[in-house]
Design a protein around this ligand. Structure first.
Ligand code: 3PG
Length: 306
């Protein structure tokens, strides 16, 4: 059995070591392809592999076609919008993710970003505190829950909107569930986004939602750049001088924002929410174990293309 770890953005070396150990014990061969420059590099490496571990790496129809022996792809992480599920299903390739494994890392980044914006990008001028401020958590999955936990430690007043999570679970966490997404934005000085990118959510964070936020609004995006309606984001910045936006990866309109509204936004140079040794170990090791369980026991827990 041959498994390829293909990561444009590499795991911490300690995570790769632990993944390798799991495959060694199972008697599998491990190959590592990191920081590859093109899809062609990836396509030439997948030809003879049975399993694949990736991060945000693009696994499209072409890659799947090139991987004649492939049986399973595990996205070491939460969002699988980078994988063509239909094409995988058509080729009978099982696709899995590793839900929850990197969520604390992403939640810590979201909180760090809130502090950074509240303190005026650490420019030395007086800022504000998070204590006593309202925080709306848009989607209460693994990351949203971690954000709520840490935010309560900061003394924030936490609200959540998630039609797929029971209100009782949210209340038991000490967070207030709201009935509509509009209500969430109206209540929240900070909104932290934790929705996936799919056909329903792409460009769904629009002016109608953003402009409902109260004065001193900060929108925090550690989810996906694609969920933001960028024309509306520009309009929001232009119409609301108090509005700030912080995101783990820059929007396409970053240059316009730099020219028009400097000091009111911050973007990471590379998606780094899950870029911690701990998150890499958790997600990488989970991915490796899921692959071994799949081959040895036919276990398809965490399959997302059923
Ligand atoms: C995820 O969906 O798990 C996160 O966005 C992390 O993505 P990454 O592995 O590309 O850093």
């Amino acid at each position: 059995m041959k498994i390829l770890i293909a990561t444009v953005k590499p795991f911490a070396p300690v995570a790769v070591e632990q993944i390798r150990e799991i495959f060694d014990r199972a008697g599998y061969e491990t190959e590592v392809l990191e920081k590859y420059a093109s899809q062609d590099d990836l396509m030439s490496k997948v030809k003879d592999v049975d399993g694949l571990i990736v991060r945000s790496d693009k696994i499209d129809q072409q890659v799947l076609e090139a991987a004649g022996q492939l049986k399973i792809v595990v996205r070491a992480g939460a969002g699988y919008d980078n994988i063509d599920l239909e094409a995988a299903t058509a080729k009978e390739v099982v696709v899995m993710n590793t839900p929850g494994q990197n969520s604390n890392a992403v939640a810590e980044l979201a909180m760090g970003m809130m502090v950074y914006m509240a303190r005026n990008l650490f420019n030395g001028k007086p800022g504000t505190e998070l204590k006593g401020k309202t925080l709306g958590i848009h989607a209460y999955g693994h990351v949203g829950r971690e954000v709520a936990r840490i935010a309560r430690g900061f003394g924030m007043d936490t609200f959540a909107y998630d039609p797929f999570v029971s209100k009782t679970d949210i209340i038991n966490d000490g967070t207030k569930p709201v009935d509509s997404v509009e209500e969430l934005y109206e209540n929240s000085r900070y909104v932290s986004l934790h929705i996936p990118a799919n056909e329903k959510t792409v460009r769904s964070i629009n002016f109608d939602l953003m402009h409902r936020m109260p004065r001193g609004a900060t929108l925090v995006n550690t989810a996906r750049k694609e969920i933001i309606h960028e024309e509306d984001l520009l309009r929001m910045f232009r119409e609301r001088e108090d509005f700030r936006y912080v995101s783990d990866i820059a929007p396409s309109c970053a240059e316009t924002l730099a020219a028009e509204v400097p000091g009111r936004f911050f973007f990471t140079p590379k998606k780094m929410g899950a870029q911690t040794a701990e998150a890499n170990i958790n997600a990488g090791v989970a991915a490796a174990r899921q692959i071994v369980k799949f081959f040895e026991k036919g276990d398809t827990t965490f399959q997302v293309n059923k």
